[in-house]
Ligand binder design. Structure first.
Ligand code: R1P
Ligand code: URA
Length: 238
């Protein structure tokens, strides 16, 4: 049955969903990698598609930016559409010069200042883990297809633009061990845990807060092929 934000019937969404923030990246993945594609959502232009990859049914859907947004979509997918696994595939800003543009990071866990989990379920800690078995599968898949992934703690932030009087990338790296920043995983991992489902987060470095190198908006939409291939090759083993 459709929810306020997803206009699909249960059987139209696969058990495994790949979830970029950008709905146009979801469309790019469906157009580039999936066969027999059917669109299942266009509410608020948050595009969702189901198709097959190497014969396995997979869905791909945008999450929007930030925890309130992915909090809604991931909750509805897990709770009302029987989705079992969500692999977020996002962009991230590097907090260390050990990471270069286009490097892949697999979130070992997500540290956050967000009140999302506290408000949602009373969870009062600031770190949440993804599903460990799913992470092991993704790391193993990456190795098998010749891609390097850095498995580290990430910062899942509520804020894209910080003022100078509060902690910035140096402090997030030194105090909390976060190697890069994105804005959704903490809420995704939380929803997966409270609903007994599985989630992971694979990221491509799109810019560096240390060196100030950046990728373009077009590259962020279309050029994250290595991450997409690791996610797809992992998804067919689930
Ligand atoms: O590229 P996506 O998946 O949107 O991820 C990152 O990019 C957005 C900020 O530009 C935030 O959503 C952040 O998490
Ligand atoms: O959340 C994000 C994503 C990419 N780059 C950043 O600086 N922040």
């Amino acid at each position: 049955m459709a929810t306020p934000h997803i206009q699909a019937e249960k059987g139209q969404i696969a058990k495994v969903v790949l979830m970029p923030g950008d709905p146009l990246r979801a469309k790019f993945i469906a157009d580039t990698y999936l066969e027999d594609v059917k669109q299942f959502n266009s509410v608020r232009n948050m595009f969702g598609f189901t198709g097959t990859y190497k014969g396995k049914e997979i869905s791909v859907m945008g999450s929007g930016m930030g925890m309130p947004s992915i909090g809604i979509y991931s909750y509805e997918l897990f709770k009302f559409f029987d989705v079992e696994v969500i692999i977020r595939i996002g962009s991230a800003g590097a907090y260390t010069d050990n990471l270069n543009l286009f490097d892949l990071v697999l979130a070992k866990d997500a540290w956050s200042e967000s009140s999302f989990a506290l408000a949602q379920s009373g969870y009062d800690k600031d770190v949440i883990e993804p599903n460990r078995e799913l992470n092991a599968l993704i790391a193993d898949t990456a190795t098998k297809i010749g891609k390097t992934v850095h498995e580290n703690t990430i910062h899942s932030s509520d804020v894209f633009y910080h003022e100078d009087n509060v902690d910035g990338h140096v402090e997030f790296y030194e105090k909390h061990g976060c190697v890069c920043v994105e804005m959704e995983s903490f809420a995704l991992f939380h929803n997966a845990q409270i609903l007994g489902k599985k989630a992971a987060c694979l990221l491509t470095i799109s810019d560096s807060l240390v060196t100030h190198e950046v990728t373009t908006a077009e590259q962020r939409q279309n050029s994250f092929n290595e991450m997409m291939e690791v996610a797809l090759e992992s998804a067919i083993k689930l």
